[in-house]
Design a protein around this ligand. Structure first.
Ligand SMILES: [Zn+2]
Ligand SMILES: [Zn+2]
Length: 306
């Protein structure tokens, strides 16, 4: 098996939102204030005092899920912790020392395959180098904002942080789909997290769930006003976003890019994955060998002067 490079699956919206965030006036001031206040020792202390460290000797049945994912995504093995907390959650923190934490609620809720998909998603954050900014976003959007000085944080900056955080999930859902060889388990995880019940999630019709997500996404893209309202809704809760994520990752797994990444991962054929960039016509991802965009027909090459 080969290592899959994040540049081949990084979601275009993730890149765009990150660029927008970095261009907001005041971003660099917040970054500076954060780096001054941020202490990796504090995170380490918190991890060691509140959590159970998962290793090949402590909860080895959980630990063994991690190394193959790190191998596929080409990352160094992070520290791995169990937080005793009934709320189902997983998160990744740090900078030079990175740790993934899963809660006991998550382990109760999910079977091994689903749990693997969640850990793969978290490993995706490491591969995509999201972790420092995510840690910062948690501080900026959470209780820690007082530490940085409330006056540094404009509403625009908070919104941009929030928006990027949401968009970054899309890249990592792709990373999870690459590790799980398809979108199915990743979409299942979304339904599970949204419902909070394994029994109920089994009864949810996934096709209808996706259909609803499609409607929601259309609604979100409709007009500026709707978008605005949706942003505010998203700011206070993330669950509506879960169904859209399920839809996005399912669509992506139907693309040539995903198939080509799978071939590359399993060393079928010798060609490397080549993603050319975004189509100037429709903004979707195109492949190196396309002469015309397969979505909108825009000419991608052949315009060079002879
Ligand atoms: Zn995430
Ligand atoms: Zn196009």
């Amino acid at each position: 098996m080969r290592v899959v490079n994040p540049k081949d699956y990084y979601h275009p919206q993730d890149r765009k939102a990150l660029r927008e965030l970095q261009q907001i006036p005041g971003f660099s001031a917040v970054l500076k204030a954060f780096m001054k206040a941020f202490s990796e020792n504090m995170i380490q202390g918190m991890n060691m005092s509140n959590k159970v460290r998962i290793t090949d000797r402590q909860l080895p049945e959980l630990y063994r899920l991690l190394p193959p994912l790190c191998e596929t995504l080409g990352i160094a093995e992070p520290e791995f912790y169990l937080e005793l907390n009934p709320v189902a959650n997983a998160y990744t923190m740090g900078d030079s020392i990175i740790s993934i934490t899963v809660t006991s609620g998550l382990i109760e809720l999910m079977d091994e395959k689903q749990l693997t998909a969640v850990i793969a998603h978290e490993c995706g954050h490491i591969a995509c180098r999201h972790v420092l900014y995510h840690t910062m976003a948690d501080v900026v959007l959470g209780a820690g904002s007082a530490v940085l000085g409330g006056n540094l944080l404009t509403a625009g900056l908070q919104l941009a942080f929030f928006h990027w955080q949401r968009c970054s999930e899309l890249s990592c859902d792709r990373a999870a789909a690459i590790c799980m060889d398809g979108y199915e388990t990743v979409a299942e995880v979304m339904a599970l997290l949204a419902s909070g019940s394994a029994e109920l999630a089994k009864r949810i019709d996934m096709d209808l769930y996706m259909e609803q997500a499609e409607e929601y996404r259309d609604f979100m893209n409709d007009s500026g006003w709707n978008k605005m309202l949706q942003y505010y809704a998203l700011m206070s809760q993330s669950h509506p976003f879960l169904s859209v994520r399920a839809l996005e990752v399912r669509e992506w797994c139907g693309s040539d890019l995903f198939k080509s990444i799978m071939d590359y991962k399993y060393e079928r054929g010798s060609r490397l994955v080549t993603r050319k960039g975004l189509c100037p016509g429709c903004g979707r991802e195109t492949m190196e060998e396309w002469e015309f965009c397969r979505y909108c027909g825009h000419r991608l090459r052949g315009k060079e002067q002879s």
